[in-house]
Design a protein around this ligand. Structure first.
Ligand code: SF4
Ligand code: SF4
Ligand code: SF4
Length: 250
């Protein structure tokens, strides 16, 4: 190998090592980010297949809510859109431009369509969760910042009035989230007055449980349809009962 080629190879190796160490450093500094997707995102696996990382939803968002994940945003899928409500929440645009602009229906308009029209209130980007230990309303201080900020006030977020037994003469005004209505927009989270928000939007699959079909809510019309194919008659073996009673000395 000639000296010139050797130097060239040496430079290439140094370049590769530098690039490698940069990649490693970025990887080491990567921070896990919650996957809060734009409105009407398909289930995560399907979303990752459909999203072509074009960034059109990000460009369409008038509030700069959406970001495309970079290498440092660990766990989101590089190039895919997400948002961080404590920085910028979703302002729930009525015309939902991010969804309209998505060319692949990774943001599926059907998920936010009601009676033939777009309805942002159907969005399910996440669900808000209250940290009762750090929410000052649970200290007995009157704060309804999150409640007032909620676009679905008294539906997604309502106030539960409770007597403050500690003082005996004050009331607690406690924020309560209804996950049936909460869109996960995060306007409550950015409005929260505590140093680190005491109400936080999390991905729905992290928060929402599943009770199982064996539980029937008798007070919900139609819920007993779950019992359609279930044998609910009691099957007692009367002979077995008698035998047991007469088997041993009492
Ligand atoms: S609904 Fe509006 S604010 Fe929310 S992500 Fe879409 S474009 Fe942005
Ligand atoms: S995320 Fe907060 S502000 Fe948005 S709908 Fe849910 S409770 Fe209301
Ligand atoms: S804004 Fe924060 S501190 Fe105030 S009631 Fe809501 S969650 Fe609690």
């Amino acid at each position: 190998m000639q000296r010139r080629d050797a130097i060239k190879t040496g430079f290439s190796l140094v370049g590769l090592l530098a690039a490698g160490s940069f990649v490693y450093k970025e990887y080491a500094n990567a921070k896990p980010v919650l996957k809060l997707r734009p409105p009407a995102a398909l289930d995560e696996d399907e979303f990752l297949t459909r999203c072509i990382r074009c960034g059109l939803c990000v460009e369409a968002c008038p509030f700069d809510t959406l970001k495309l994940a970079e290498f440092k945003d660990s766990g989101v899928g590089i190039g895919t859109p997400f948002f961080t409500p404590r920085d910028i929440p979703c302002y729930m645009c009525e015309d939902i431009p991010c969804v309209v602009e998505c060319p692949t229906e990774a943001l599926d308009p059907k998920l936010v369509t009601k009676d033939g029209a777009l309805d942002i209130n159907m969005a399910k980007m996440g669900v808000a969760v209250v940290d009762e230990k750090n929410c000052v309303a649970y200290f007995g201080i009157q704060c309804d910042a999150c409640y007032r900020a909620c676009p679905l006030i008294d539906k997604a977020l309502w106030i539960d009035y409770k007597r403050n037994e500690r003082t005996g003469k004050h009331a607690f005004l406690l924020p309560i989230v209804d996950s049936d209505y909460c869109t996960g927009c995060g306007k409550c989270e950015i409005a929260c007055i505590t140093d680190k928000a005491a109400i936080t939007v999390l991905p729905r699959d992290m928060v929402i449980g599943k009770v199982g079909d064996n539980y029937v809510k008798g007070w919900v019309e139609g819920d007993d349809a779950k019992l359609k194919d279930v044998d609910t008659k009691m099957h007692l073996d009367s002979k077995k009962g008698i035998k047991y009673l007469n088997e041993d000395e009492l």
